[in-house]
Design a protein around this ligand. Structure first.
Ligand code: SAM
Length: 257
């Protein structure tokens, strides 16, 4: 397999964590998109419990905390992200109701029906969309919500270059109607579905990485893994710019029946 087609999972995780710690978002998204998705969720109060799974350093968690009153628990596999998450919460004086814990989204330390809302931006792919929706269902109260963003096809057909790239990186990529059916079959009423704007990729995700990439290459000038990783990121960005009418991130919001 050429390096350009290497999955992100094959690179050294510590290097990836260090790289992504230097940018605010670890996936495509924006404060406006988080707030829009939140607008479809009702019945949240200061007593509500919210989980943000695959929270990263917490870019979207902080936005959530600033727009709702309940308690938020962020979960991420990587301790460095969680340390940064908790530092950010303290800096913003949100530490009393925003807490990050290290853990895996496929083995959560939660009780059944503990949450009013489960959030996950650009992260459910780690467990798989269908599996995540099914397994997380039990942690929600009846009438609670799940809100996840997930890479999805916008069309039934697409050029083979991008089709092969994504089928290799994430074989569960699917069209929006098929994802909605999966959500319904997992026990949720699909409440809202919307495509997140292109600027969430170009301005919020890729643009800050230009600087991060230059810094990273300067810091590790002789490291082949770093060079491969950066080339991989740039390749993914080039593909996005070339084929963005065929795919993107979609927010899926469902209500537990
Ligand atoms: N939600 C953040 C955002 O939108 O900026 C981060 C998205 S990033 C693309 C995916 C996140 O999932 C990373 O922070 C990664 O560490 C985390 N992750 C990967 N596998 C995980 C697992 N099994 N359990 C929890 N988090 C995981």
């Amino acid at each position: 397999m050429s390096n350009e087609n290497k999955s992100i999972h094959e690179f050294d995780f510590n290097l990836i964590c260090e790289y992504y710690s230097s940018v605010e978002r670890q996936g495509p998204g924006s404060p406006e998109t988080t707030i829009k998705a939140l607008s479809f969720i009702d019945n949240l109060t200061s007593k509500s419990h919210i989980a943000d799974l695959g929270c990263g350093t917490g870019g979207q968690t902080i936005v959530l905390a600033q727009h709702l009153q309940g308690e938020i628990t962020g979960v991420d596999l990587f301790p460095d992200f969680i340390n940064q998450f908790n530092d950010n919460a303290r800096l913003l004086n949100l530490q009393d109701r925003v807490k990050g814990i290290t853990g895996s989204m496929d083995n959560l330390p939660f009780a059944e029906e503990e949450f009013d809302l489960i959030w996950s931006e650009g992260a459910i792919y780690n467990i798989g969309f269908e599996r995540g929706l099914r397994e997380w269902h039990k942690y929600l109260k009846t009438g609670g919500y799940v809100a996840v963003s997930e890479v999805s096809w916008f069309t039934n057909e697409r050029p083979s270059e991008i089709n092969n790239f994504w089928n290799d990186a994430y074989p569960e990529i699917n069209t929006i109607p098929n994802k909605v059916t999966q959500m319904q079959n997992a026990g949720y009423i699909p409440v809202s579905v919307f495509i997140i704007p292109e600027t969430c990729w170009t301005e919020n995700f890729y643009a800050p990485q230009v600087f991060a990439q230059e810094n990273f290459l300067k810091k590790y000038p002789d490291n082949e893994t770093v060079k491969d990783f950066i080339e991989n990121q740039r390749h993914e960005e080039r593909l996005y710019n070339k084929y963005k009418e065929f795919y993107g991130y979609v927010f899926y919001i469902g209500k537990k029946i």
